[in-house]
Design a protein around this ligand. Sequence first.
Ligand code: SF4
Length: 435
Amino acid sequence: MNPDSTIVTDVVCPLCGSLCDDITVRIENGKIVEVRDACDMGESKILGHDRIKSPMIREKGELKEVSYEKAVKKSAEILAKSKRPLLYGWSSTTCEAHEKGIKLAAEVGGIVDNTATVCHGPSVIAIQTVGLPSCTLGQIKNRADLIVYWGSNQSQAHPRHMSRYSSFIRGFFREEGRKAKYVVVIDVRDTTTTNVADEFIKVEPGHDYKLLSALRAVLADKADVLPDDVGGVPKDAIMNLAERMKKAEFGVIFFGMGLTQSRSRYNNVVNAIALTRELNQFTKFVIMPMRGHYNVTGFGQVLTWETGYPYAVDLSRGYAWYNPGETTSTDVLNRGECDSALIIASDPGAHFPGKSLKHLSKIPVIQVDPYHNPTTEFADVVIPSAVAGIEAEGCAYRMDNVPIMVRKLIDSEYKSDEEIIDDVLNKVMEIRGGK
Ligand code: SF4
């Protein structure tokens, strides 16, 4: 081994909501040259790829390299003169950057929103409405003997989740690991997760709500009201699953966008939470959303403690106004209301509906991100940042709401998101004469 190598252990992977904190990296000459124990996605991010090299401003349709100061000034000018700016993203950066971003949104009277708006926003609404009987991933690892993945393809979206927290891991009360657990996948199609399940229940698209209600009917001793088939699932399979759920010692439902972004949306989640609650009359059962970006959960936390609401907050009135459907970023864009946007640590260019993107392409867009992505293609100001969790430290919240510090492993020529947003905020205040 190179004598100049440094081995760093217990590194946290800043990619998905699993926030695996057992990664080892080897650093040589200030660069990460080897990553051990991460999945392919995590390894690729930690090793680094496709970085934006320099701040840029678009002139006559072309992005031209400029100084950092010029890019910050231009960003501040755009935001300072906007009547209704959108400050969107935040899910792949630290809570410290979130706090600065919310201050900036308050200063410019903007709408501040995160990626939950196009993934687990319905979960957030459901949880606000009826609460969440949940626990930590550590409890699931040590205790769960029945694991249900509903509308989520763990093996693709969170590749190490099953081996670190759920299906495969040995736990204090589950020493036999996978053998001690029964794994059920409920989904509209075969996925790579169904391949490792004990049972796959295929539900017709858009019929999850009915299937959840059918399970609740069985728990309530009302199985006689069920038809022979609910959403493509035979009554026998529903009866067997309900019985298995009742008999488990500790059961968990992990749910994904198959529930949140299909017909009934947040009502699917309300129904799944109600099922979980009712199962607790028989045994211990918990439920957990499979959050995607590594700190989307953290943004919900920070925005809630700053404004009282977890996403889609409009600060243009001088106080926090929250009304998903009205203040969610895709809706605001669809109505053509925003006159500028700051996009940070996210990629709406790849994930927003066409109508929202059409409006984004017409207004000045500022992008703060370490990486090129489809949003770069229409951004008017681009500011490269240090990669949080690799080149900058800070706090992130795992999908089970456990805060974990992500570390700075190597130096960077770029400023952190927190520093960039602070510089833009100071410049906005300077332009507005400290108002
Ligand atoms: S599962 Fe997620 S957090 Fe863990 S190594 Fe893979 S991408 Fe990183």
